[in-house]
Write a protein that binds this ligand. Sequence first.
Ligand SMILES: [Zn+2]
Length: 77
Amino acid sequence: MAVVLALVAAPVGMVLMFQLNLIRMRGELRIYLEQVAQTQRLPMCLNCGYDHQGLTSDVCPECGKPLPSPRNGSPDI
Ligand SMILES: [Zn+2]
């Protein structure tokens, strides 16, 4: 019985650790993109990924979310 539990628990634990790692990396990427969006106008919607190059609207035409706008108009380099 203990051997069966060990054989089942090890792969399940590995899958859970992998999934938790993906969630952590996704969160870190989102935080990074939000920080970049505060200083630069990214040519994409952070909600749906719609390319909004050339648009003059402050709202995404695909999902209706407000598009990120630069805080001071010039990127920090
Ligand atoms: Zn959108």
